[in-house]
Design a protein around this ligand. Structure first.
Ligand SMILES: O=C(O)[C@H]1CC[C@H](C(=O)N2CC[C@](c3ccc(C(F)(C(F)(F)F)C(F)(F)F)cc3)(S(=O)(=O)c3ccc(F)cc3)C2)CC1
Length: 276
């Protein structure tokens, strides 16, 4: 790779100061700050999840979840999803360069990317040995979510989490990958795509730097291959939400968190997502 491809800034006689090859240092610092933000904005530590690994729900507990009504279980998951999204908003705000984007673009990236980040983070909560995911304090299989009445979506969500979990990403790799999922210049309704692309470029460098350092460059294309699946999962979620809202308009209207409705509902304008 030539200097400019590595991101080295060549000496520009016009510039007021001598630009020095800070790329590596800049990229190292960027990676470190994204990893720190990830650690500060996830609700569970890997070691905590490891310790709870074999804590599974009893048959009675599973039955209790399965006996919930459709709207009750949807509401329960909507609240948990909104919680998780709020942590993702906090994560985004701490990614160097994200806050420098205009308000509109910060919101547009979160509106289209926060669910994808939650689904990636969900793979940290997955146990590939018994196909369970951490939920409400224990590990649950797909059968526990039966009362959501969207078995195809749950199966696809589990499938995605299983495949990503099987890549055994480190927390650092996961952190930078989720930043990359979020900082996507192809998202709809962006005002300054160039600017988003500039921030993304450095995060891409950070991810390849980390994978190179960990001798796992082969994982990179596997990671990039998972991105379109994320998109389809989110589309399926929106489709199911539309179906659910037709059946239970009042539940969505008065019992779903406002942020959930702003993010996943119809294109209402977003109030509580302002990331000041
Ligand atoms: O911040 C952290 O450390 C973690 C990040 C990841 C979080 C997490 O796993 N989650 C936050 C909310 C979680 C969630 C909520 C809603 C949905 C869906 F709406 C859709 F897929 F459509 F989006 C669905 F219900 F239809 F499926 C999927 C996932 S959950 O824990 O409620 C959960 C629900 C169903 C599951 F089968 C497994 C987990 C996942 C937990 C907290």
């Amino acid at each position: 790779m030539s200097g400019s491809e590595m991101g080295f800034r060549s000496f520009d006689p016009e510039s007021s100061f001598f630009s020095y090859p800070t790329s590596h240092l800049h990229i190292e610092e960027l990676s470190a700050s994204i990893v720190r933000s990830h650690r500060e904005t996830t609700q569970y530590r890997p070691e905590e999840l490891q310790a709870l690994r074999w804590k599974v729900f009893s048959r009675e507990e599973i039955h209790a979840y399965q006996s919930k009504s459709v709207d009750e279980m949807w509401q329960h998951c909507a609240v948990r999803l909104t919680d998780a999204v709020q942590y993702v908003v906090e994560f985004a705000k701490r990614i160097p360069g994200f806050r420098q984007l205009c308000q509109n673009d910060q919101i547009a990236l979160l509106k289209s990317g926060s669910m994808e980040v939650v689904l990636v983070r969900m793979s940290r909560m997955f146990n590939t040995e018994n196909n369970t995911v951490f939920f409400d304090g224990k590990f649950a299989g797909t059968e526990l979510f039966k009362s959501l009445a969207c078995g195809d979506l749950i199966a696809a969500v589990f499938d995605f989490a299983h495949n990503l979990c099987a890549l055994r990403l480190t927390e650092q790799q996961m952190a930078v990958f989720t930043a990359l999922v979020l900082i996507n210049a192809d998202r709809p309704c962006l005002e300054d795509r160039e600017r988003v692309q500039k921030v993304r470029r450095d995060v891409e460098l950070a991810l390849s730097h980390i994978m190179h350092r960990d001798n796992q460059e082969s994982l990179l294309h596997k990671l990039y291959q998972r991105v379109p699946v994320l998109k389809s999962l989110c589309a399926l979620h929106i489709e199911k939400l539309r179906w659910f809202r037709q059946l239970y308009p009042l539940t969505v209207h008065s019992l779903f968190p406002p942020l959930y409705k702003e993010l996943f509902g119809s294109d209402t304008d977003i109030q509580s997502l302002t990331t000041h």
